[in-house]
Design a protein around this ligand. Structure first.
Ligand code: SAM
Length: 242
């Protein structure tokens, strides 16, 4: 490995490698999220039906907010995360009869999809853990994982506001979180802004294009949370060895 390679297993910002973080994750997030409703919303947004023969990769799967529901509808689900404890928590939530959900302890920059490219790659509130340069590399690697004409779904915190308004936009966003999820979560959102790597919408659009994806739909539902439905339109050839 090159000495300049970003170490994606070293957590920056919120530390998801800590057992305590994995333990409280669902309780905290369910104060403002409904995982099942989010999953149904994603399927509608992507216009996906008849998925029983499709394969999906969930990058940054966490405690399985998407993967566990996907296992009901897709043939095979690969759930990938750099945090062993988040994966352990997801496994504990799993019904023993589920055999088509495979967990992999890897990340955007290290996961290798074995066999045929997949129909869909999903990543939810995880890509912002990489600085922009490495997001671009991650998107190029995702291009390799997805079949031509296949889909990439991104749901993440992406700044959609005018940069000149950053102070008021960020302060009011943080206050809204505090109202619904309390003081503890406020601290987490502050960590997000300060120490993690959310980027601007136009930068994300440029990176997706450079990675061979066409953005078919983009739904920002405040100035922060944004969903993207992207289709692979170009086969990229990003070499990872000299
Ligand atoms: C906010 S959680 C989101 C989890 C889940 N997708 C959800 O919707 O609840 C972020 C997750 O991204 C993971 N993560 C951070 N950096 C990553 C990387 N480079 N590759 C894969 N996962 C990563 C963390 O371990 C954590 O589980």
């Amino acid at each position: 490995m090159n000495k300049w390679q970003f170490d994606e297993f070293k957590h920056r910002g919120v530390d998801y490698s800590k057992a305590k973080q994995a333990e409280i994750y669902d309780e905290e997030h369910q104060k403002f999220r409904d995982y099942e409703q989010e999953f149904r919303g994603m399927m509608d947004f992507l216009g996906l039906h008849n998925t029983e023969n499709m394969t999906i990769v969930d990058l940054g799967c966490g405690t399985g907010a998407t993967s566990i529901f996907a296992a009901d509808l897709f043939k095979t689900v690969y759930a990938v995360d750099v945090s062993e404890v988040m994966i352990e928590k997801a496994k504990r939530k799993l019904d023993k009869n589920v055999h088509n959900l495979k967990f992999v302890n890897a990340g955007f920059l290290s996961y290798e999809q074995e066999g045929e490219p997949v129909d869909l790659v999903v990543t939810k509130t995880a890509l912002h853990h990489l600085p922009d340069f490495w997001k671009q590399i991650a998107l190029l690697r995702i291009n390799r994982m997805v079949k031509m004409g296949g889909l990439l779904y991104i749901h993440d915190i992406v700044f959609q506001f005018d940069p000149q308004e950053y102070v008021s936009k960020i302060n009011s966003w943080i206050s809204r979180f505090e109202e619904v999820a309390g003081e503890e979560f406020r601290l987490e959102v502050e960590i997000h802004i300060r120490d993690e790597y959310s980027t601007f919408g136009w930068i994300m659009n440029g990176m997706l294009e450079k990675a061979g994806f066409a953005v078919e739909k983009c739904r920002p539902y405040d100035d922060f949370m944004t969903e993207y439905a992207c289709r692979k339109v170009i086969e990229m050839n990003c070499k990872e060895t000299a």
